[in-house]
Design a protein around this ligand. Structure first.
Ligand SMILES: [Zn+2]
Length: 498
């Protein structure tokens, strides 16, 4: 466990912009930043250190300050930190600053300290004034720790006697701690208050959200509760709202695949379908492809369920099927907006499939996803949803399937799997693997006359199609990942298929 606490991960900072304004009531303290300046100095100067980011020459210390802070105040801060940092000041509402400084300095605990307290239920430090403060601090440090580990989700899983607190990192759940079940209800009440949910409702699922500023990043926290016989299972999805788009180059794909993807999206019209399970990075690839389009000359619009990350230059819309605003309805209206390129989050019924193909036939480029494991499965799914083979053959320009493989940790010592940097897992970071099926004229005519998936499969192999497993095995040969990880993600290869 000590491994988890000592890590100061600033993974996030690699791809984000410095904040320009801070909402103080959403702030979660960064213990390292607070440690740079004493509470007395922070109070005297009216400046609150909130985060440390890596910088080019020296680390950047980010401080919240009143909107009209003067140069004398910033000089003083520079002296206090011995010029060890480059300083970045972010304005905030000054009337609250004094109280927030007091509150945050009073709450510097590691999650381990707080979890230890939960099992003992005694000896709370004097600065935690009341029992009610305890869940507040615990939820805050758990979110802080999860975000720093680069987790996508934070899970509170009640068991018969205990509560397992877990995080999903690089697609795999890791247990942070198993604590006494007695703190479950107070933790849940706190999370529900944060997400503006009904604290009395424990028998029905609920969902809500809140935002916190962690290490200077706005993190959107989407909360979902679900009743189980042991209590409410609660998951907080953590989304870095400021994270910048990946460029296609950052996906580190083989040149040939990048070229295939480019050729698919640069056609004037056509349907490009992505598939792969949830969390396989489909959106990242699709947005990376949209990013490199000429946003000045093209109108790019999206329909998403819901919009998770706002992107400059693209008009995004959340759909809400419960209010008669599903993909098909929204797409119908969207086509009157004169778009060039559309991203439609998912094709899940005949209606939305028909609308997407209609959009293509009227000269639009459409990127979308379907539920399928690989490109041939996706093709089968489309044939299932929409029986007009010729419309499908004419509209479809390509299919893309993908997965994320965990990479072998480069920090582990020779011959030892697991270190501090990889939380003992032996893996750190992920690499996308992709298979692309371009619908050639041969495939088009086969689809048009309703050829079976087996036949289409054979035809695509003959035309040089390379599947994901081949790319994965290349990654293994290159020492990027290992066979166990490939089998975990793609399953053990069956000799019956392919
Ligand atoms: Zn390692």
């Amino acid at each position: 466990m000590s491994m988890l606490q000592t890590r100061v991960g600033l993974k996030l900072a690699d791809c984000a912009v410095l904040p320009t304004y801070i909402e103080l009531d959403e702030l979660i303290a960064s213990p390292e930043a607070l440690a740079c300046i004493t509470e007395q100095s922070a109070t005297r100067l009216g400046m609150l250190p909130i985060a440390i980011w890596p910088g080019k020459l020296k680390p950047i210390l980010i401080l919240a300050c009143p909107p009209h802070a003067d140069s004398i105040q910033s000089e003083r801060v520079a002296q206090l930190v011995d010029d060890r940092f480059q300083l970045h000041f972010v304005p905030c509402v000054s009337s609250e600053l004094g109280l927030v400084i007091k509150r945050l300095y009073a709450a510097i605990y590691t999650s381990q300290q707080l979890l230890d307290m939960s099992s003992l239920q005694t000896d709370k430090p004097a600065s935690i004034d009341s029992v009610s403060d305890y869940p507040v601090h615990l939820v805050n440090v758990l979110i802080l720790q999860a975000v720093r580990m680069g987790a996508s989700d934070l899970h509170f899983s009640p068991q018969r006697q205990s509560l397992a607190i877990r995080v999903r990192v690089d697609g795999v759940l890791l247990t942070l701690s198993c604590v006494s079940g007695s703190i479950l209800s107070s933790l849940l009440v706190r999370i529900k208050i944060m997400a503006v949910l009904d604290i009395a409702e424990t028998r029905l699922p609920q969902d809500g959200q809140f935002r916190r500023i962690i290490d200077g990043h706005n993190i959107d926290c989407r909360v979902s509760t679900f009743p189980t016989v042991a209590g409410e299972n609660t998951v907080i999805r953590l989304i870095n709202a400021q994270k910048q788009l990946h460029k296609i180059g950052a996906l580190n794909l083989p040149k040939k695949i990048t070229e295939q993807l480019f050729s698919l999206v640069h056609r004037p019209a056509g349907l490009v379908v992505f598939c792969g399970p949830t969390g396989a990075g489909k959106s990242t690839t699709m947005f990376a492809l949209l990013e490199q389009l000429d946003h000045g000359a093209l109108s790019v619009m999206t329909l998403e369920d819901p919009v998770e990350q706002r992107i400059e230059g693209i008009r995004q819309t959340s759909i809400d099927a419960s209010r008669q605003w599903g993909y098909a309805q929204a797409l119908r209206a969207l086509l009157r907006q004169d778009p060039d390129v559309l991203l439609v989050g998912e094709i899940r019924d005949t209606d939305s499939c028909r609308m997407a193909l209609r959009a293509v036939s009227t000269g639009h480029q459409v990127l979308t996803t379907v539920h399928a494991n690989d490109v041939h499965g996706a093709l089968h799914r489309l044939q299932d949803l929409y029986t007009d083979n010729s419309a499908l053959a004419l509209g479809l320009s390509g299919l893309v399937a993908q997965r994320l493989l965990r990479c072998l940790c480069i920090h582990c010592e020779e011959g030892v799997r697991g270190c501090e940097a990889c939380f003992g897992t032996g893996y750190q970071g992920r690499q996308v693997i992709v298979e692309v099926l371009e619908i050639s004229s041969v495939l088009k005519s086969s689809i048009m006359r309703g050829a079976s998936i087996e036949e289409l499969h054979e035809k695509s192999i003959n035309s040089g199609f390379v599947n994901m497993r081949s790319m994965a095995m290349e990654m293994v040969s290159a020492g990027v990942t290992d066979v166990q990880e490939v089998n975990r993600v793609l399953g053990i290869e069956s000799t019956l298929l392919v």
